[in-house]
Ligand binder design. Sequence first.
Ligand code: NAP
Ligand code: ZN
Length: 352
Amino acid sequence: MYNATAYSAASATSPLAPTTIARREPTERDVQIEILYCGICHSDVHHVRDEWKDTMPTVYPIVPGHEIVGRVTKVGSAVSQYKTGDLVGVGCLVDSDLSCSACQDDLEQLCPNQTLTFNAPDKHLGGVTYGGYSESIVVDEHFVLRLPDTLDLAGVAPLLCAGITTYSPIRRWGDITGKKVGVVGLGGLGHMGVKFAKAFGADVVVFTTSPGKKDAARALGADDVVVSRNADEMEKHAGSLDFILDTVSAPHDINVYLNLLRHDGNLTLVGAGEKPLEVSPFSLLFGRRTLSGSIIGGIAETQEMLDFCGTHNITADVEVIPIQKVNAAYERMLKSDVKYRFSIDMASLKSE
Ligand code: NAP
Ligand code: ZN
């Protein structure tokens, strides 16, 4: 074991503050990574504040962060794909059983024995796993991703969660070329959803609660932008969308979006607000619509997404901050006051 500097929260109401955590020495299958940037996902906030206590109660202290990019500093003797100096990424998963039917289908994100990057039982050291708000991390090479070397690293970090979470359901839907696709919520996930839907040739409508994001949404490539609190603007799209990606992090009326779908349309939920959503049966029965969910993506698909981003020059739009501003960043994210993702420059941790 060795010590690493990190930021952790001691309770659901405590701010994040500097601390020291233990990391394992790399085993033969492990890659040790010096973390350069870590994105701030809304899931970090949900976890730190124990908002998912009914499903995934938080164990304190918690070190969040699952949008990790960094440089390899050491590899175990059996590691074949990475070497010291490589630029790599780590997303929401650091382990799975690699033998169940989900893993055999390259769907590690659906493995019942998966280990999340933070707040999950740590098989090596006991206690729970610690995430990317730290100077280094040690990960089994299967869960390490290769990064395109042409892209800005601060903007690559959010691809490891916001990127794959939006890429995966869009790809799964099928050929969306020329289809009308709605993206609900223009935050970290939503803005990546717009970029991917446009890259795959869709006609994209953004639904936002923030009138101030209208121009910015168009600049991202949206063909139309609807302020969702304006019933007239919503009505114009009734029954017309093929697919909607709902990225909202808070309670909202999902029925108004289901009613925007054409027949056989699908709404895929990726947002994970803490409270149950109410669905009217008629929102689904009329139009034979479907409602589904999606969670991140498998390792092979995450690599495919990163390679796609390299080819198409896609990164997240980020505001880079030192880690000392992380608590203020959480408050700003909750007010939708970031375009569109905070990315922590982990060099700032060296001054702690
Ligand atoms: P985010 O950057 O905070 O974006 C969420 C957006 O939702 C906001 O920018 C805002 O967009 C909209 N919104 C916020 N409060 C709202 C309200 N009361 N009513 C309607 N709209 C509201 O968060 P994120 O990082 O993109 O994450 C979004 C959600 O996805 C979170 O719940 C997160 O935990 C979850 N998530 C899920 C997965 C998965 O695998 N399924 C992965 C990562 C994250 P406007 O200002 O445009 O309205
Ligand atoms: Zn995330």
